[in-house]
Unconditional design. Structure first.
Ligand code: ADP
Ligand code: MG
Length: 375
């Protein structure tokens, strides 16, 4: 007899801490209410079959063949299927489990996480697959190990050079809280947000402008950060503080210096946000969000007019704070808004986009929510 069970994992929003992850720094993401669900039915034949409402064609691979498929022959399966199949492959490697020691399975995915809107639908599908297979196969990996599995799948099976923030947020999220993550040690701390108690909403303003991690901009920023760290003689920009910035200004060209200044000040802003949330509550973090946006716009130069317009319009209409979120060059901005101002802010952003001749933004609120688990 086979029994079908369901697991799910959420998307995420990064509250603050942008382009700090690959500099060994700090980030403060939270899991959101939008989730990717997977229904799993065990099979007797050693085959993994993945299906998604996202694509009409299911993909079947023998578990014994996963090691041949990834990473060299990954082009043989549809790109979306590399996420869940890559997770299965990475899970077996991480747990040193032989393919013939685990049973086949049918995995059927459905998702509420919009793709490519900067909410990490990729971490959601990875987290759902990892949690479901880890439990079904009795591998006993913990949440941090499963986050690493998700990153391995995304880096090596899919071929996207991303950090581990998204997977950590999706695995470890808690209701009404963010995850303070040290990207060097992977130490985490649950940080209470208290948005609802303070009468605040978190508005996502998706510009609809497509970004891609593969663009030269991302690689150029990473290279500038590495250059800056090398000039300063430290392993990563994480090892610099704001007190080091005057010396950095003397040692490097203006562009490299401004990239460095963004990362160093952004790390400090993440730490400050955690402290201010604790001491003064969420209404007091607005200035830090605004400063983060200015730093990405002026120093890291990864904003676009649509993101700046969203942030400025939200602030003018009374948002407590606002900033672009995610890797930049498009995607979404967020605004922290008092509940009774939400409509006003949303209307103002929509009007500002229309006035600038931009396509209409997609606006919705997100709620800090629990991480991956059984449905
Ligand atoms: P995002 O910012 O949403 O994470 P990515 O490009 O990192 O954008 O990941 C999106 C990709 O993940 C999709 O193009 C698809 O290949 C895969 N994906 C995400 N969710 C699903 C799903 N529910 N079913 C199938 N594939 C999915
Ligand atoms: Mg992604």
């Amino acid at each position: 007899m086979t029994t079908t069970q369901t697991w799910s994992a959420p998307g995420r929003v990064n509250l603050i801490g942008e382009h700090t992850d690959y500099n060994d720094g700090f980030v403060l993401p939270f899991a959101i209410q939008h989730r990717t669900h997977v229904e799993l039915t065990p099979r007797e034949d050693g085959i993994l079959r993945v299906a998604s409402t996202f694509d009409e064609d299911a993909v079947e691979v023998a578990i014994a063949d996963l090691d041949d498929l990834f990473p060299e022959r990954r082009d043989e399966v549809a790109e979306w299927a590399r996420y869940p199949l890559g997770v299965a492959w990475a899970l077996l490697r991480a747990s040193e489990t032989r393919p013939d020691a685990v049973a086949g399975a049918d995995l059927r995915f459905t998702s509420e996480v919009p793709v490519g809107a900067g909410l990490s639908s990729s971490a959601a599908i990875e987290g759902a697959a990892a949690t479901a297979l880890n439990e079904t196969w009795g591998l006993g990996l913990d949440d941090v190990a499963l986050a690493r599995v998700g990153r391995t799948a995304e880096n090596d099976a899919v071929g996207a050079p991303t950090g581990i923030m998204d997977q950590m947020a999706s695995m470890l999220g808690r209701a009404d809280a963010a995850i303070f993550l040290d990207c060097r040690s992977l130490d985490t701390k649950v940080v209470d947000l208290g948005f609802a108690a303070a009468g605040l909403e978190l508005l996502v303003m998706d510009t609809g402008v497509k970004h891609s991690h593969a663009t030269g901009g991302y690689g150029e920023r990473r290279a500038a950060c590495e250059r800056g760290a090398a000039i300063m003689g430290v392993p990563a920009l994480r090892d610099l503080s704001v007190d080091d910035l005057p010396r950095a200004a003397e040692l490097m060209d203006d562009v490299t210096f401004r990239r460095v200044r963004h990362v160093v000040t952004e790390n400090q802003r993440v730490i400050d946000t955690v402290r201010v949330l604790h001491d003064d509550g969420p209404t007091a973090i607005g200035d830090l969000l605004v400063a983060s946006h200015a730093s990405m716009r002026d120093d890291f130069e990864i904003s676009v007019p649509e993101l700046d317009t969203a942030v400025e319009a939200a602030l003018e209409a009374g948002a407590v704070g606002a900033r672009m979120t995610g890797g930049g060059f498009g995607g979404a901005a967020i605004a922290l808004v008092a509940h009774d101002r939400l409509q006003q802010v949303a209307d103002a952003v929509t009007a500002a986009f229309a006035a600038s001749g931009f396509g209409a933004p997609t606006l919705f609120t997100v709620v800090p929510s629990a991480g991956a688990g059984r449905d």
